[in-house]
Design a binder for this molecule. Structure first.
Ligand SMILES: CC(C)(COP(=O)(O)OP(=O)(O)OC[C@H]1O[C@@H](n2cnc3c(N)ncnc32)[C@H](O)[C@@H]1OP(=O)(O)O)[C@@H](O)C(=O)NCCC(=O)NCCS
Length: 168
């Protein structure tokens, strides 16, 4: 049987999820992103998975308390032990049939064996031009990330002490 590539979770945004501006708190949305990503990674691999990277979260539109929030997580690239999952976020009033896209990000998970060591994931192959474009996107993000990590490594050790200057 083919591994399950896509997982959808729906949540109801409750009054306890509100931020100081009256919309759904960004931290809550990030928790839902991680939950749907984990559910998709575990379903696809059949293994326990951990998040190693979450990036470029775009909050395109605010989500409102009382709305249904739909999170769709889809495998878009697999490595040896890692898998890249695109998460797309939609929200809408349950009284209306329409939902609007409100965010997107890509998460990288690693599958772990029973000893907590990275373990092989089932390889995923794009099936059509749309899949190919998504995989190419995941690969481009990986390259950009390497550049970002090099840049951050130069400054990570500094901490908040203003007497220690960053490298030129
Ligand atoms: C997951 C973990 C066990 C992997 O250990 P590791 O020593 O980095 O293992 P490896 O070097 O073999 O890397 C495993 C895979 O992760 C990928 N990976 C590791 N760090 C990554 C990063 N920052 N971004 C993207 N991929 C990454 C590697 O490319 C490799 O993928 P591949 O096998 O498909 O080529 C370790 O990084 C870990 O425990 N991290 C903490 C996870 C966690 O606690 N998450 C919750 C945070 S709130």
């Amino acid at each position: 049987m083919e591994p399950k590539r896509s997982t959808t979770l729906r949540f109801l945004a409750e009054p306890g999820h509100v931020n100081f501006g009256g919309k759904v708190h960004g931290g809550q949305v990030m928790k839902w992103i991680d939950q749907v990503g984990y559910a998709a990674a575990a379903a696809y691999t059949g293994s326990y998975c951990v998040t190693v990277w979450v990036g470029g979260i775009h909050f395109m539109k605010p989500l409102r308390v009382g709305w249904i929030i739909e999170m769709i997580a889809t495998v878009i690239h697999t490595g040896r032990t890692s898998l890249h999952i695109a998460v797309d976020i939609y929200g809408g009033d349950p009284r209306s049939p329409s939902m609007e896209r409100s965010g997107h990000c890509v998460i990288v998970f690693v599958a772990l064996d029973d000893d907590g060591k990275p373990t092989l994931v089932p390889p995923w192959t794009p099936q059509n031009p749309f899949d190919e474009a998504l995989e190419a996107y995941a690969v481009r993000l990986m390259a950009l990330r390497r550049g970002m990590e090099e840049e951050m490594a130069k400054t990570l050790h500094l901490g908040p002490d203003p007497s220690v200057l960053p490298p030129p």
